[in-house]
Design a protein around this ligand. Structure first.
Ligand code: KG4
Ligand code: ZN
Length: 336
């Protein structure tokens, strides 16, 4: 008997419609349809995201199966993002996953999106051994997560207001850059001086973060400078981006260093959309070599939202017997 598990996974929590096919813990395909419709609005419009997911989901699953060269009949389970995210968007993925599972009589696996970001580290080698400390930085969350096993994770600290990705995107918006601004700040910062302008680093107690202060500081700074020189942003864009980026990175790494040092953990990684940031990746490598840590950084395609990470999380949940019934509901907010 063939004991390999072929698993179909779906991600639809925000503005990416994604489907992946895994053979056990090996990703055979990972198809991502990014919704361009939101760019003109400066942020994700939830109703439009739901509609785009409805249009995308069938073709995306179709391409994922074709790319993997796997037939529907071979699938042994379906995993989907159950929480957290935009409720309308989650409903599309959940509805599709439930219908597919029921039609093919397959076990269904509900996956927590933030847990999946962390488990993206277990798609490819080198895979972190436990305990593993992961800084998860996305558009909606910023968390320091202690992982004792694939499924035993504890959030040690998180943002009390904006997420790191929001700090990037909102700063970019103030600079007149389109959504999502994080990758553009990364791009312009490459030619800028990170020490040119200074913004405050908010220090919270324990391992928590706050990014709303940086946002307000940037807003007042730009208002003041633009009063004196209306072309201030165009003339200093690279330096502003580099300075904003460096402040966000220092805020993140300060807490990660505190947590790793206090807990004596040497396996340290980053995950989530903001972990695609080139300077954060570099700064973590540098900090890691100074501290003697082993550093884990996912491949770019597994940093931002993707179904492969939902698949790997689904695989470990399947092994642990953590399947769910068709009565499961998606949830916009969810603890672990
Ligand atoms: O994990 P993700 O794809 O979606 C959520 O779960 O939120 O993260 C999206 C976030 C956005 O805020 C985006 O601007 C940010 O990740 N991001 C970046 C970069 N690439 C994506 N931020 C900074 N630099 C990047 N290169
Ligand atoms: Zn995400």
């Amino acid at each position: 008997m063939n004991s390999d598990l072929y698993l179909l996974s779906l991600e639809s929590s925000c503005d990416e419609t994604s489907a992946a096919v895994l053979k056990n813990d090996q990703v055979l395909s990972n198809v991502i349809a990014t919704q361009k419709v939101h760019e003109q609005f400066g942020g994700v419009v939830p109703e439009m995201a739901s509609r785009a997911h409805i249009q995308n989901i069938v073709p995306v699953v179709d391409v994922a199966l074709k790319n993997a060269q796997v037939e529907k009949q071979q699938l042994g389970a379906v995993a989907f993002t159950q929480a957290p995210g935009l409720l309308g968007s989650l409903l599309v993925g959940a509805g599709f996953a439930k219908s597919f599972a029921q039609a093919r009589n397959l076990p269904l696996i509900a996956v927590h999106h933030m847990q999946a970001h962390v488990l993206a580290h277990y798609i490819e080698y080198p895979k972190p051994t436990f305990p593993f400390l992961c800084l998860t930085v996305s558009g909606g969350h910023t968390q320091i997560v202690l992982c004792k096993s694939h499924l035993d994770m504890t959030v040690l600290g998180e943002t009390i207001d904006d997420a790191a990705g929001e700090a990037f995107d909102k700063s970019a918006k103030m600079l007149g850059l389109p959504y999502p601004g994080g990758p553009l700040i990364d791009k312009y910062a490459k030619d800028g001086d990170p020490l040119r302008f200074s913004f405050p680093i908010t220090d919270m107690v324990n391992y928590d973060f706050s990014f709303s202060g940086i946002k307000t500081a940037i807003l007042y700074f730009l208002q003041k400078e633009k009063k004196q020189n209306p072309h201030f942003v165009e003339q200093n864009l690279n330096d502003i981006c580099a300075s904003v980026q460096s402040t966000i990175i220092k805020t993140l790494l300060k807490k990660l260093e505190l947590a790793a040092t206090t807990l004596g953990i040497k396996n340290v990684g980053i995950a989530g959309g903001v972990s695609a940031n080139s300077e954060l990746r570099k700064a973590l490598e540098e900090l890691g070599s100074k501290k003697g840590w082993q550093i884990f950084i996912p491949k770019f395609e597994y940093c931002t939202d993707n179904a492969a990470m939902i698949g790997i999380a689904g695989y470990y949940k399947f092994l642990a017997g953590q399947t769910c019934g068709l009565d499961i509901s998606p949830s916009a907010r969810a603890s672990w």
